[in-house]
Write a protein that binds this ligand. Structure first.
Ligand code: F6R
Length: 366
């Protein structure tokens, strides 16, 4: 049932080209550059007129929510707040019938996310869900929603669930941008065509991923890791760090790259690998200066960057190349090597990859 792979996690990482294709199928049309999301058609008007979108989720799904914040603000000019579901439910959150609450959950059963959803419903907000498990509680309890169609995810560490969540959220943001009349038509067309190419680009990263095993051997000793990203790839830095913590039990932190000098820079020395996600063009110069700051303190740089980004590649001890893409879609690519790095390091350290200690696939208690 693992399809020849030693672990479900690796199988699910390698399934991503197909999972993303399944997620996009029938929803994007590259001929007329349109997007159709049947699950939210009935509530589209309300969504188009929304003043604010509140996203609530936990863990990896919360990271997808953070990517969505950048996507919705950029493409649909919609103001977004992203909340940890567990905090939202106990705050005096100001939410009413003029708001839209979007919950994101692979399992559709996470207790905190469900509680946040129910709070929003009680206050009269329109509720939307992005779930993977068909017929799950959250999928049933939301007013409308879009399934990710990633297929069953067995490994406790979430992989294909995340990239398909981001795929759905990108489609929603483009669709909303078009309907709200705020998204340039040519840009929308480019994004839709590029979405169609993402599965092939993910496949290319996977096909060329063997060198990540060597990299993992080199760095499996490290007691701490730092992950840095900017804009769309700041949530990816958080996700990379979470993945490493969960399955290899190495302490890791993700930061927006500019925050480094407000504290974490004090940690950097030759024992501290720093994973830099430098895959958005408009922040490239800034990332290069962050890399130089790390190197000046003997930190070791592992970079995830565009295949033509020679400047970053030359500054890195190890580099994983990502095919060129639109900045706002880059998380679907940059996440892949981070999943593999955490997988190979965990295997090197003899960890139980599919069932890490203390973790359950679905957290149905508070
Ligand atoms: C991370 C992971 C968890 C889940 C979180 C939310 O790899 O698996 O952080 O993402 O428990 O789960 P769902 O998405 O099922 O609500």
């Amino acid at each position: 049932e693992k399809g020849g792979y030693p672990h479900f996690m690796l199988k699910e990482i390698f399934e991503q080209p197909r999972a993303i294709s399944d997620c996009l199928r029938g929803r994007i049309n590259v001929e007329d550059h349109s997007i159709q999301l049947g699950g939210i058609t009935d509530v589209l008007d309300k969504l188009v007129n929304a003043k604010r979108l509140i996203i609530a989720a936990c863990g990896t799904s919360w990271h997808a929510g953070l990517v969505a914040e950048y996507l919705f603000e950029h493409l649909a000019k919609l103001s977004v707040e992203v909340e940890y579901a567990s905090e939202f439910r106990y705050r005096e959150a100001l939410i009413d019938e003029d708001d839209v609450m979007l919950v994101i959950s692979q399992s559709g059963e996470t207790a905190d996310t469900l509680a946040a959803l129910r709070t929003a419903k009680e206050r009269g907000a329109l509720t939307l869900g992005v779930c993977n498990v068909v017929g799950s509680t959250i999928a049933r309890d939301t007013d409308a929603g879009v399934y990710t169609h990633a297929g069953p995810e067995i490994g406790v560490a979430s992989t294909k669930a995340f990239t398909t969540q981001v795929s759905v959220l990108a489609m929603m943001a483009i669709l909303l941008g078009q309907k709200r009349g705020v998204l340039d038509e040519e840009y929308a067309a480019r994004l839709i065509e590029e979405l169609d190419r993402i599965p092939g680009k993910v496949q290319k990263i996977l096909d060329n991923s063997d060198s990540l095993k060597d990299m993992a051997r080199l760095f499996s000793y490290a007691p701490n890791f730092l992950y840095l990203g900017r804009t769309y790839n700041f949530p990816v830095a958080l996700e990379g760090a979470l993945k490493l913590k969960e399955i290899s039990y190495i302490h890791a932190e993700g930061y927006p790259a500019a925050e480094m000098k407000h504290g974490p820079i004090a940690l950097i020395d030759e024992m501290m690998p720093v994973v830099v996600i430098a895959a958005t063009e408009h922040t490239n110069e800034k990332m290069i200066s962050n890399i130089e700051e790390v190197k000046a303190r003997e930190g070791r740089i592992i970079s995830i960057t565009g295949e033509d980004n020679d400047e970053v590649i030359d500054l890195s001890e190890f580099s994983c190349a990502i095919p060129e893409t639109e900045d706002c879609l880059s998380p679907m690519l940059t996440t892949i090597p981070l999943q593999l790095i955490s997988y190979y390091i965990a295997v090197n350290r003899g960890c139980n990859v599919d069932q890490p200690r203390n973790l359950a696939k679905s957290v149905t208690v508070e």
